[in-house]
Design a protein around this ligand. Structure first.
Ligand code: PMP
Length: 426
């Protein structure tokens, strides 16, 4: 039944029943955690063959001894493999250490303090620097901005990606806006895949936004489909070439959720001009990346077909967890008016919206009975979800049984909070 159709007596009866269920859950002293988008133990084990794969052969294709210093750009074969994933040439790809987040931080730090086109273009010379942040979005992007004193302007996400009418209007009218965060495929947390039109408008955005504007294209889930029919993502690099904006787009990716989350390989793709400028900056930080790990990765996953076959094994492990969440939400909440949620075809998250004003309460209710959820607000800049609706669910790390137990408890908390609110509203 839809909650708005329930009489006061019916609501009271539901509330009593829900309190009883909640008490029973509390007695079970659950210790569950749906917070972070981490791969599970079985997922990381899919890549155990990385260990020892070199078998004593430390030579890259061009004869480089990967055990030694050097090669700031990364190994040639790694640049080719991962550049192809980003749709850019090896010369337009730099392969770094284990974290794409580090590369993102370095690009922003560089643009802020050194300037992408020389000292007098450093953003820090401006009184204010602002970034567009599609919401809900990824909290660690927001943390970088906060740390760098970049003011964040939220922009709503639509089914097609960021609301581009709004984005274009904002950049046209505010020259302090220097960039936008994008997670274009299986977005964190909505799972949205940007439409072709959105990708093209983002590639053209620098023409509206000005010379020192950049698009931070964090394609963290580029190959992370759960189903064969998952929507493809258009190549932003192709659109950039057509509109001559490659200097304004930095694409990022990593194998954190392909191989080992703490021991993968991260990469950045942009114009050759940008990469050579960036390298001059990186050269003060390192003599070169871990090429041994890069070579291990190229041997383990030599081409696109190998990556896809490997990702299908990941999907087989995590698809049942996603389906447990979605089936339970559908069975328990569809048609009740108590919330809505996304049903992504890939990625690591499901985004759930409660009725306005309830996300925090649901997260607290769940926390009090031992089900940890991502803090409400985390998906918004400064932790401020004004409507207090969004909750990010991350089902990959816990076991299937734990995911089921967590979502069962979550549903009780959503119902309890919603019925309480409806009764209070009279
Ligand atoms: N970007 C997004 C959108 C993510 O969800 C994550 C991991 N949660 C990362 C980046 C982190 O990537 P890495 O491990 O390469 O630093």
């Amino acid at each position: 039944m839809h909650i708005d159709q329930a009489s006061e007596a019916e609501l009271k009866e539901q509330l009593n029943d829900l309190y009883e269920q909640y008490e029973q859950l509390a007695e079970r002293k659950l210790g569950l955690d749906l917070t972070r988008g981490k791969p599970g133990a079985e997922q990381v084990a899919l890549s155990n063959a990385l260990d020892g794969i070199l078998g004593g052969d430390y030579r890259a294709a061009d004869g480089t001894d990967v055990r030694n210093y050097g090669g700031l750009d990364g190994l040639a074969e790694a640049r080719e493999l991962f550049g192809a994933l980003l749709g850019v040439a090896p010369e337009e790809t730099l392969v770094g250490g284990n974290s794409s987040l580090t590369l993102m931080y370095q690009v922003i730090d560089f643009a802020m303090n050194e300037g992408l086109r020389g000292e007098d273009t450093a953003w820090a010379l401006n009184d204010q620097v602002k970034f567009l942040c599609p919401v809900p979005g990824y909290d660690r992007h927001f943390s970088i901005c906060e740390y760098m004193h970049i003011e964040m302007l939220p922009v709503p996400m639509l089914d097609s990606g960021p609301d581009m009418d709004r984005v274009e209007e904002l950049v046209r009218n505010d020259p302090d806006i220097k960039g936008i965060w994008c997670v274009p495929r299986f977005s964190n947390p909505s799972g949205c895949v940007y439409s072709d039109d959105t990708v093209e408008r983002l590639a053209k955005l620098p023409q509206l936004a000005g010379e020192h504007f950049i698009v931070m294209w964090d394609n963290a889930y580029a190959v992370h489909s759960l189903y064969d029919d998952a929507p493809a993502l258009a190549s932003i690099a192709d659109y950039c070439r057509a509109h001559d904006t490659l200097d304004h787009v930095f694409q990022f990716g990593s194998t954190s959720k392909v191989t080992f989350a703490g021991g993968g390989v991260a990469f950045v793709g942009s114009s050759e001009r940008n990469l050579s400028t960036l390298k001059a900056h990186l050269a003060f930080q390192t003599i070169g990346p871990d090429k041994v790990n890069q070579l291990r990765h190229v041997r383990f996953l030599p081409d696109r077909a190998a990556i896809e076959a490997h990702m299908a094994r990941h999907a087989a492990l995590i698809r049942p967890r996603f389906e447990a969440v979605l089936d339970t939400l559908e069975r328990e909440l569809a048609g009740t008016g108590m919330g809505h949620w996304t049903a992504p075809r890939g990625g690591y998250f499901i985004s759930f919206d409660t009725r306005p004003g309830l996300a925090r309460e649901v997260v607290d209710l769940a926390g009090n009975i031992g089900v940890k959820l991502t803090p409400a607000g985390a998906t918004h800049p400064y932790g401020r979800d004004e409507a207090d609706t969004n909750i990010r669910l991350a089902p990959t790390f816990p076991s299937s049984e734990e995911v089921q137990a967590s979502i069962d408890a979550f549903v009780v908390c959503v119902k309890l909070a919603t019925v309480k609110q409806a009764l209070a509203a009279g």
